[in-house]
Design a protein around this ligand. Sequence first.
Ligand SMILES: Cc1cc2nc3c(=O)[nH]c(=O)nc-3n(C[C@H](O)[C@H](O)[C@H](O)COP(=O)(O)O)c2cc1C
Length: 221
Amino acid sequence: MDVYEAVTSRRAVRGFTDRPVPREVLRRVLSAAARAPSGSNLQPWHSYVLTGGPLAELKRRTGERVAADDAWDEREYEMYPPTLKSPYLERRSAFAEQRYGALGITREDLEARQRAARANWDCFGAPAALFCYIDRDMGPAQWSDVGMYLQTVMLLLRAEGLHSCPQMAWSVYRRTVAEILSPPDGLVLFCGVSIGYEDATVGQDRTDRAPLHETVTFVEG
Ligand SMILES: Cc1cc2nc3c(=O)[nH]c(=O)nc-3n(C[C@H](O)[C@H](O)[C@H](O)COP(=O)(O)O)c2cc1C
């Protein structure tokens, strides 16, 4: 698979089969992903890979919290600015419309949207997941390094015939994740990434992108 195909075929997949992901494939992907760039080569990512019993236990414990409507853990970072201005607000609305519209859920039906969102904490059925942490004292540039690393992981997964879904949603139950992973105190959970083989019976529309001129300015001679 060439890089263009990896980039264009990557999607946030929200339905996986239970076909296990071979350990050696995950090791190969994560070894290659370590080549991702980072300022001064700090490599500020700390990944934990979960499969089998430990992942099942995480899903079980989180599922209990979700079912009990347990309050979310205190945030360690803001997922979004408190007020989103244009054009981000419109892009977020369009995404929500598309995601929940495809499930037949209307804009007003917040409860149904929340129900659909619960699949996050089952990793959408995925048999493997990666949890990516970053040191608490790292700044925006290092958070950006972690983003590049995660995209590298997700593209390499495509080369292995696998799909993924990055999920900040896991950060709201970070204490339960920490119960299973026991990360050192100084680390902040950025996000989880569900990993597995796509369940093609779960239909999903492709998300749109803004036209190039909205996000790129060419200054040409
Ligand atoms: C850092 C990050 C966190 C995300 N968190 C979630 C999440 O918690 N749950 C989810 O279903 N999708 C999540 N997504 C997926 C985005 O919704 C998705 O990438 C975006 O809508 C573009 O769609 P595409 O990835 O299918 O191209 C996240 C994506 C990123 C990059």
